[in-house]
Write a protein that binds this ligand. Structure first.
Ligand code: COI
Length: 355
């Protein structure tokens, strides 16, 4: 039964591209599913919500987000459960976060009927695109932007909301090598660091390219005031296992409230492992390493899931983490998270949304 009170029309593709998908070689973001959702917000209301064949957009070069970056996005994943049915992981959390980002960026509220029902319909229609092998998933990318054809600066009046999806495999194939950046910052108090604003990612491209040239995979961002407290790692939340305690930066306006972050904290606490959400300085991490107390370190995010850290380089000194074969925290939490996602273990926190 269609429970939507919001009319979302569906125009199906005449020719599916599903046979272009190589299930054994899925690269993140390389190929997009057959359909996409789009809806416009104009004159104070959402209109023309439609699921249609995936394709290019045609826009005026004066469209406002090209110039001023008023755009946000989300990342969500659908998995196949033990019966082969597609399930979406904690999408309500992303819907709520999307609207927190929207508010800060001056974009309109997206109602549940559009975000959730639209996503459900889209994933249902393209369910053949939810891969089934190994640790694969369908990555769901909702996004919204200001589309006034106007290059003056004024509050925007026309917006476009869309959802596209793409099959995804593992994001990183090995533990990552990290450069601790004490020059560039990702976020600062009063800014937009807690949102999934496109500009947060755009502003990280140059520093990221520079550290890649130096041979590192990602950046460990420090706070924007004192450049001494750890914040996030690349596009992920970051965790350190110090002795028998897992420490992660506390939430605030510079840290993204990650859904994987919250899931990992919940599962760790379920296991009786102590988790502290607090300020953590790079000096404390260096001291813990010198005392032999830095046991494991990892990033969490929708795209990357849980990504182990091999080493951190700070002020020219390389801190090597113990070999991942000897880790205990990351393997056990990743195993449990995957067991829940793929329906192999009871979903005791009700994280799976069935379409
Ligand atoms: C996600 O994990 O969904 C992200 O936002 C990372 C993305 C920029 C690839």
């Amino acid at each position: 039964m269609d429970v939507s009170t919001f009319e979302i029309s569906v125009r199906k593709t005449e020719l599916s591209r599903i046979n272009q998908l190589d299930q054994d070689n899925i690269q993140f973001g390389k190929i997009y599913s057959d359909h996409m959702l789009q809806a416009y917000h104009e004159n104070g209301e959402w209109q023309n919500a439609e699921i249609l064949p995936y394709g290019n957009l045609s826009m005026s070069p004066a469209t406002s987000f090209f110039h001023y970056g008023q755009a946000i996005f989300e990342g969500i994943k659908a998995y196949r459960d033990a019966d082969g049915k597609p399930v979406i992981f904690r999408p309500y959390e992303n819907w709520k976060r999307f609207n927190r980002s929207a508010e800060r960026l001056g974009l309109p509220y997206v109602p549940e009927e559009l975000f959730m029902d639209g996503m459900r319909k889209l994933v249902d229609l393209d369910s053949a695109w939810v891969p089934s092998k190994g640790q694969t998933s369908l990555y769901i990318r909702p996004f919204m932007m200001a589309v006034d054809e106007f290059i003056g600066i004024k509050p925007t009046t026309k917006f476009l909301f869309m959802i596209i999806t793409c099959p995804a495999g593992p994001y990183y194939d090995k533990p990552v090598s990290i450069y601790v950046d004490d020059k560039y910052v990702r976020a600062f108090p009063g800014g937009i660091g807690y949102t999934k604003a496109a500009g947060n990612y755009g502003a990280s491209m140059y520093p990221m390219t520079e550290v890649r040239k130096m041979g590192y995979d990602q950046i460990l961002w420090m706070d924007g005031v004192e450049h001494k407290y750890v914040q996030e790692i690349g596009t992920m939340n970051v965790f350190f296992v110090l002795g028998d305690t897992v420490v992660t930066p506390e939430l605030g306006d510079t840290i993204l409230e990650g859904v994987t972050r919250d899931s990992v904290i919940t599962l760790l606490r379920d296991k009786g492992i102590k988790v502290e959400e607090r300020q953590l300085s790079i000096d404390e991490i260096v001291a813990a390493h010198e005392a032999g107390e830095l046991k494991e370190a990892f990033g969490t995010g929708t795209a990357a899931s849980i990504s182990s850290i091999a080493d951190l380089t700070y002020k020219g000194k390389k801190i090597e983490l113990p070999s991942v074969e000897n880790w205990t925290v990351v393997p056990s939490v990743l195993q449990e998270l995957n067991a829940i996602r793929y329906g192999k273990q009871e979903d005791r926190h009700n994280w799976l949304y069935r379409i």
